[in-house]
Design a protein around this ligand. Structure first.
Ligand code: NDP
Length: 244
């Protein structure tokens, strides 16, 4: 199949954790997956290897979503190579925790710039391409912290709540153009991001009494990305073992 015919999905931060599971899930649904990463190329290559082993295809692509210029250039290249950018998953995210009164400006900025400015940097050029084809689905990964807040995570909660507001607004703007925009809000999911958190304490906070798996988030994202969710837009779907 030539590049022009491929149905392409871009997964930011697709190299590890939840992003890797999403990349594999979408590859299993016949998407050609662009596995974005920022620093860990080996992890991105490993994800691509798993995609290929499962009989699907894709490529790794480095850009830092928080950097406007390099992201614009990367998305521009992708958009000129491929005609059908059907899916975007804004998954890249970081934490830089600390109590708000002690939080440095750099901690605040790094999290806001990755999640919220990252949404702007990636989504805007991808959306332009989707509008030209009148087809597309965008899913952004928020968090339960963006819904209810979390001690020590004012920066993260602000960014994740912002993602919901931005997604709902864009959803309204493009609904009539055949493009859907949704959000998935995971609870606690077993990845590097929570590796230092005390598992026993965490489990007591979760009605299902277990930490979620990346694949459980990925299946929800896949549902929202595909035509199975053809009448769903502007929504936030929680995947959190019953926390609210
Ligand atoms: P991980 O830390 O395991 O993976 C983060 C991924 O994001 C990596 O692929 C990393 O790439 C990439 N990344 C980070 N910063 C950038 C950047 N500036 N540009 C491009 N890529 C970047 O995190 P998770 O898989 O746990 O988290 C994925 C998403 O899910 C995040 O948005 C997170 O906030 C959210 N989430 C996670 C929860 C959890 O409990 N794990 C709960 C709720 C939400 P590289 O290694 O190359 O830097």
């Amino acid at each position: 199949m030539g590049d022009k015919e491929k149905r392409v999905a871009i997964v930011t931060g697709g190299s590890r954790g939840i992003g890797r599971a999403i990349s594999l899930e979408l590859a299993g649904y016949q998407y050609y997956v662009i596995v974005n990463y920022r620093a860990d190329r080996a992890a991105a290559e490993e994800t691509l290897g798993l995609i290929e082993k499962a009989g699907s295809d894709g490529q790794v692509y480095r850009f830092d979503v928080s950097k406007a210029e390099e992201t614009k250039e990367a998305i521009g290249q992708i958009a000129s190579q491929f005609e059908n950018l059907e899916v975007l998953v804004n998954n890249a995210g970081i934490t830089a925790d600390g109590l708000f009164v002690m939080m440095s400006e750099s901690k605040w900025d790094s999290v806001i710039n990755t999640t919220l400015k990252g949404f702007y940097n990636v989504t805007k050029p991808v959306l332009k391409k989707m509008i030209s084809k009148k087809r597309g689905s965008i899913v952004s990964i928020s968090s339960i912290a963006g819904l209810v807040g979390n001690k020590g995570q004012a920066n993260y909660s602000a960014a994740k709540a912002g993602l919901i507001g931005a997604s709902r607004s864009v959803a309204l703007e493009v609904a009539r153009l055949g493009i859907r925009v949704n959000v998935v809000a995971p609870g606690l999911i077993q990845t590097d991001m929570i590796k230092d958190a005390p598992a026993d304490v965490i489990k007591k906070m979760i009605p299902m009494e277990r930490i979620g798996l990346p694949g459980e988030v990925a299946k929800t994202v896949r549902f929202l990305c595909t035509d199975d969710a053809s009448y769903i837009t502007g929504q936030v779907l929680s995947v959190n073992g019953g926390m609210f």
